[in-house]
Design a protein around this ligand. Structure first.
Ligand SMILES: Nc1nc2c(c(=O)[nH]1)N[C@H]1C(S)=C(S)[C@@H](COP(=O)(O)O)O[C@H]1N2
Ligand SMILES: [Mo]
Length: 196
């Protein structure tokens, strides 16, 4: 009986409509970093937005004064794990970009430690992306990108830059770290945009 239930559960999972094609469920939270974990004190943390017209910077206190949102979302790594129903707190990128004037349509996200990833501006606006500083009701751990990471859950998780330091507007969709190494320029998990 229990064997039958397990088998049934497995089949249901395989056809789970919240799993993008080729993804498998994980219950834990794997750590994937291309380099060493960065330890950035919130006293030293700064966040910049650089456009062709100028630069805006936020201290930690200034960022915390922006509207803070609760985010419940699924996340999908290109290495095929997906984690459903994760909960975060963060600042909408709409708040960061409010009042910012730019003609450029692409963004390069920069991290402490040197990681970069490119994202079209449209994928960061409209309630789709956040600067996240809490996971599961706790301050975001350094291994997962604390004190602050980008959270762009509708794209593969490599776009969610850990230890995010700033965003630079760019005229063209120039590739970031993984994108230069063969990952797709956009990375939509529902279209399986893994590599190119
Ligand atoms: N700064 C930085 N951000 C990063 C990475 C990294 O190596 N450095 N790896 C990316 C990849 S490939 C994934 S899958 C996720 C992993 O996030 P996690 O370690 O919190 O699971 O972070 C993304 N953001
Ligand atoms: Mo990844």
């Amino acid at each position: 009986m229990s064997v039958f239930s397990r088998g049934f559960g497995l089949r249901r999972r395989e056809s789970d409509p919240s799993l993008p094609p080729g993804q498998y469920l994980t219950e834990d939270f794997p750590v994937l970093s291309a380099g060493p974990t960065q330890f950035v004190d919130t006293d030293d943390w700064r966040f910049f937005l650089q456009t062709e017209k100028g630069r805006t910077e936020w201290s930690w206190a200034e960022a915390m004064a922006l509207p803070i949102e609760e985010v419940a979302t699924d996340i999908h790594c290109v290495t095929r794990w997906s984690k459903l129903g994760t909960s975060w707190r963060g600042i909408s990128l709409d708040s960061i970009f409010a009042g910012v004037d730019t003609e450029y349509r692409y963004v390069m996200a920069h991290s402490y430690g040197g990681y970069t990833t490119n994202v079209p501006l449209d994928d960061l606006l409209g309630g789709k992306a956040w600067l996240a500083f809490e996971f599961d009701g706790e301050p975001l751990e350094p291994v997962h990108g604390g004190p602050m990471r980008l959270l762009v859950p509708h794209l593969y998780f490599w776009k969610s830059a850990k230890w995010v330091r700033g965003l630079q507007m760019q005229q063209n969709d120039d590739p970031g770290f993984w994108e230069q190494n063969g990952y797709h320029l956009r990375g939509d998990p529902w279209k399986e945009q893994r590599y190119w």
